[in-house]
Design a binder for this molecule. Sequence first.
Ligand SMILES: [Fe+2]
Length: 205
Amino acid sequence: MKQNLAQKNHFSGPETEVQKYGTVVNRPLSLDHKVRLASVGNLNQILADTMTLRDMYKKHHWQVSGPTFYQLHLLFDKHFGEQAEIVDMLAERVQTLGGVAIAMSHDVAETTRISRPPRSSEDASVQLFRLLQAHELIIDETREAARSAGEIGDAGTNDLLVSDVLRVNELQVWFVSQQIAGSGIGGTEEEAGRSTPKLTLQATV
Ligand SMILES: [Fe+2]
């Protein structure tokens, strides 16, 4: 029986591992092991969700249709590129802290908190709604992780999360939500006064 390449070359199993996922190695950063472990855990969650949002932008870039096709096709790809930059920054922060960055789509799918969209294409208004929902989830967890990193003394992670992750996500939410302003999707004017407005799916999926 023919062996596949992985079996033949033993490219699987613990013997190939240099460092276990979920562990952190020492770095002379003057940050406790516990602090780096906590930051790495939060960063990997945000990384998995950001990779999912990045890929959702590409899905929607390809599959968008309707009278706003061209502007959304371009906007989605611009945001995809910006999310791809965030992915790299988050992953390299994990490695900087001595951790192992989550990387492969199989692992990302098991880790992300963003709900899975169908393989089929959807109406542009539903695409926009899904993007806003994913952004809000990432914004929530990023604020929480930034606050926690600040409290435990990891100023570098706090700065990355606030300056690069939070601000870009907030700006993208503005651009995406303006596309559906007045459409009744993704919140109403009455909700604007709530302290933490949450999106609800009003469009037919
Ligand atoms: Fe393209």
